[in-house]
Design a binder for this molecule. Structure first.
Ligand code: FAD
Length: 329
């Protein structure tokens, strides 16, 4: 049974460039409410969240939003966001800081942990308070072990995986108070500047859930999806990934196939560098034809594959691409 923490539960309010709250943030607000009074940290260029965002935050029971102005520093950079968040944590005297467990946020969590001396748990899948300690659940060793980690410091920094909690508003909305805070960002957080950024053209590939052909990459890609994208484009297919690949930030989370991702049932599934773990299979094993490319002949994916190629994907996929191009003249 969870007992409330003493200080506020501060939630990092992840938002897109247009100020829209990212859906996993609502999951954090739901998880946070079970622990205590929920505050939000809005880290931007000093501009307030728009009325739409504030309404959603009130609907999800947020009492106070701390609007952080990082001045001329770039709020998109993790060291800058970490400085801003550290200042809010200290001012709000928060007991818990919750972040969505994304690639960037895990780095922010670590930086805040170092700055505040807090215990940090990333990739958590649940949390509760037991004997005045925040206890986070997380799986380790590719999901083969469940652990529970008790944080021993007054502040617990927890990065919760998307999908761990069902987002649900409370019965009664709150009136959100805005507290503005200017933060002077340390020189150490400014060592890197974004010199230029260009939005990538929208994908012309079919929707992953509906595609007839899906080409999937796992840890074996080591982060390089270029060949798989080329193969998918040749076949008019979509690109998917295992959770390892999305957790590593190699590809967006919307590409994840499996128990905690998208379920696909394409006519053709090609998995490269994918072991075929049970959580992944749950989202793809009803595919029509399964082709597996894996350097380990013992990889479990071969148990369900219609065609298996034992080999290095960086050798096999270029040959496949070349042969497809040759056949098509
Ligand atoms: P690994 O299991 O590490 O396999 C990598 C494979 O690549 C190995 O078989 C290796 O032989 C091969 N390889 C390496 N180099 C090469 C190369 N050069 N050429 C060819 N092959 C190579 N996972 C999901 O995918 N989707 C989910 O939705 C999902 N949900 C989960 C939910 C829970 C609650 C838990 C606990 C886990 C979940 N997982 C999920 C994780 C899942 O258990 C596995 O850890 C994950 O699927 C493994 O991903 P992988 O195959 O990329 O990595």
């Amino acid at each position: 049974m969870t007992t409330p923490v003493t200080g506020p539960v501060l939630v990092l309010l992840d938002h897109d460039a247009d100020g829209g709250l990212r859906p996993p943030t609502l999951e954090l607000l739901t998880a946070g409410r079970a622990l205590g009074a929920v505050h939000g940290a809005w880290i931007a260029d000093g501009s307030d969240p728009d009325e739409g965002a504030i309404e959603v935050l009130g609907t999800y029971g947020v009492e106070t939003v701390h609007v952080v102005d990082v001045g001329d520093a770039d709020a998109r950079l993790t060291p800058v966001a970490a400085d801003g968040l550290t200042a809010v944590v200290q001012r709000a005297e928060a007991s818990v800081l919750l972040l969505t467990s994304s690639f960037e946020n895990k780095e922010i969590a670590a930086r805040v942990g170092i700055a505040t001396g807090a215990g940090v748990v990333v990739d958590a899948s649940g949390l509760e308070v037991e004997a005045d300690r925040v206890v986070a659940a997380k799986t380790v060793f590719a999901g083969t072990w469940n652990t529970r980690c008790a944080v021993r410091t007054p502040l617990a920094v927890i990065a919760l995986k998307p999908g761990s909690v069902q987002a649900e508003p409370p019965a009664e909305p709150t009136t959100v108070a805005l507290v503005r805070q200017a933060v002077t960002v340390d020189d150490g957080a400014r060592r890197v500047q974004v010199a230029e950024h260009t939005e990538r053209a929208a994908s012309t590939r079919p929707d992953l859930g509906a595609a007839a052909v899906v080409v999937v990459g796992g840890r074996g890609t080591n982060g390089d999806f270029a060949l798989l994208e080329e193969l998918a484009d040749l076949l008019g297919g979509a690109v998917g990934a295992t959770r390892v690949a999305t957790d590593e930030g190699w590809i967006g989370r919307d590409a994840q196939i499996g128990q905690t991702g998208v379920t696909v049932a394409p006519q053709l599934y090609i998995g490269a560098g994918v072991s075929g773990a049970v959580h992944h299979r749950g989202g793809m094993q009803s595919a029509g034809t399964i082709v597996a490319i894996n350097s380990d002949p013992e990889a479990p994916i071969f148990e369900i594959a219609d065609f298996g190629i034992v080999g290095d994907l960086f050798a096999v996929v270029p040959q496949t691409i070349a042969e497809l191009r040759r056949l098509r003249g």
